[in-house]
Design a protein around this ligand. Structure first.
Ligand SMILES: Nc1nc2c(ncn2[C@@H]2O[C@H](COP(=O)(O)OP(=O)(O)O)[C@@H](O)[C@H]2O)c(=O)[nH]1
Ligand SMILES: [Mg+2]
Length: 296
């Protein structure tokens, strides 16, 4: 019997903040491995998501959106994004079909120069009309992608097409990770990210960028109960009172939304204790960055 060749490889997902990179990876993986929000720069590290087919495996690397860094954290994020591009077998570039601006164009042109198969996903087609999209797609055709696909991470449009294209572009290779391993993120970091996601969802304006979560302890009290203690950092006293809210209402909301997701992740009940701390300029402090898991 002829042996069937197994294909595998790494695919970097690249694009401007907020275009839906993490949403696409989660949809492809089938589980939420990267948090998602409507705030730019939600993703701070490179996050791996593994997708398995019958005779292939793709390891996606979700990356922070490309932007000009203004803090040490920002520099770390951009380093993570550029590291994720090294040695990949293909690139998936993502733009938001609602608006493709000069920043997107710069990213696309940059990606188009890379020496590997490259695909462009025009995301959020659920909120754009095909007529509105056509002129843009025609224009993009000249940029040098192997293929351009209109997708919706929200509705799942063309996700199978993406899998087909990308798996077809993978070289022959081993199964890098076992079937049950869908991400490289340790449980404690995912828990911290879930808390940060709920803070991002509930907070407005400039506060989210300055929010950080440090896990202090995850203690399994029994098979059915886990206790979690975490610090929520912000950069100003005024932000702290907003995060806590009137009579603690905001912190309670963030906490109970986070608890809901973490209970599903850990499959136990969760006691979640959050403390809000002011730490001016933590995004420029190496020690604080380390404490939150942003380590080189
Ligand atoms: N309507 C619509 N919204 C989407 C889609 N994909 C992502 N979003 C939203 O776009 C925002 C940014 O998504 P996210 O995955 O965090 O983007 P990233 O910064 O590129 O990783 C979130 O509010 C998502 O819910 C989509 O296909 N359709
Ligand atoms: Mg993201």
């Amino acid at each position: 019997m002829a042996e069937k060749k197994f294909r595998s490889g790494f695919v970097a997902i690249i694009g401007r903040p907020n275009v839906g990179k993490s949403s696409i990876m989660n949809k492809l993986v089938g589980e939420k491995v990267a948090i998602v929000s409507n705030k730019p720069q939600t993703t701070r590290t490179k996050i791996m998501g593994v997708v398995n087919g019958e005779d292939w495996q793709i390891v996606f690397l979700d990356t922070p959106g490309l932007h000009k860094p203004r803090t040490k954290l920002g520099e770390y994020m951009m380093k993570q994004a550029s590291e994720a591009r090294e040695g990949v077998d293909a690139v998936l570039c993502v733009v938001d079909g609602q608006h493709i601006g000069p920043g997107d164009r710069a990213v696309m042109e940059d990606v188009a120069r890379m020496n590997c198969p490259k695909f462009l996903a025009v995301n959020k087609v659920d909120v754009t009309t095909p007529e509105g999209l056509m002129p843009q797609l025609q224009q993009l055709a000249t940029i040098g992608f192997d293929e351009i696909v209109a997708v919706s991470a929200l509705r799942g449009d063309n996700m199978d097409k993406l899998k087909d294209l990308l798996s077809g572009a993978m070289p022959e290779g081993p199964k890098y990770f076992p079937d049950d391993m869908i991400t490289d993120q340790p449980e404690r970091l995912i828990c911290a990210e879930i808390i940060r996601e709920k803070a991002l969802l509930n907070l407005r304006e400039e506060i989210p960028h300055g929010v950080g979560v440090e896990m202090l302890a995850i203690t399994k009290l029994s098979d059915k109960l886990t206790e979690i203690h975490a610090n929520v950092y912000c950069e100003r006293a005024s932000h702290k009172s907003i995060i806590i809210g009137k009579q603690g209402a905001m912190l309670q909301r963030i906490g109970s939304q986070a608890r809901y997701d973490i209970e599903r992740l850990l499959d136990t009940k969760v006691l979640l204790k959050l403390w809000v701390k002011v730490r001016e300029d933590w995004r420029n402090r190496t020690g604080d960055l380390r404490a939150q898991g942003y380590e080189d």
